[in-house]
Design a binder for this molecule. Sequence first.
Ligand SMILES: [Zn+2]
Length: 189
Amino acid sequence: MIDQFERLPGIGPRTAQRLALHLLRQPEEQIQSFAEALLAARSQVGQCQTCFHLSAEPTCEICRNPERNNGLICVVADSRDLLALERTREYSGRYHVLGGLISPMDGIGPEMLQITSLVQRVGQDSIKEVILALTPSVEGDTTSLYLARLLKPFTEVSRIAYGLPVGSELEYADDVTLSRALEGRRAVE
Ligand SMILES: [Zn+2]
């Protein structure tokens, strides 16, 4: 059990040990439901057919929520970034998950990402603004410029920036930094 925990990101030997000992002290039903939750997640979770966020349903909770602003789409590289933005509770629009960033060095071209589906969404719906929430890195910049060029004929395109250090991962930014980055977004020229 300790070995299994150690394979998880961000878990060192000590934490792995502590988690294992903690679980051993739990009642058997608790362990049972924990194990079942892991297996169920693996077999049931797929992608939302609209925004490509992780979802156990054909359409994710965010896309199904009628309270959210239909005129705004925030573009993120993956679901971890989406979850980081959701934690701030500052954003009430929709999302689009690209599934990565354009990276010629790693052989990742635009056709390997959810870009066509994004352009279709923006073209069909009345989207007022697309917010690019991509990491400040070479790949993030390349992808942002590429998307801005494609989307500008249809809508306003902005990019979050303020307070995020170059190369930083969105998912590790604290809520305040991320909220400010969202608020301080600038139109892409
Ligand atoms: Zn969705």
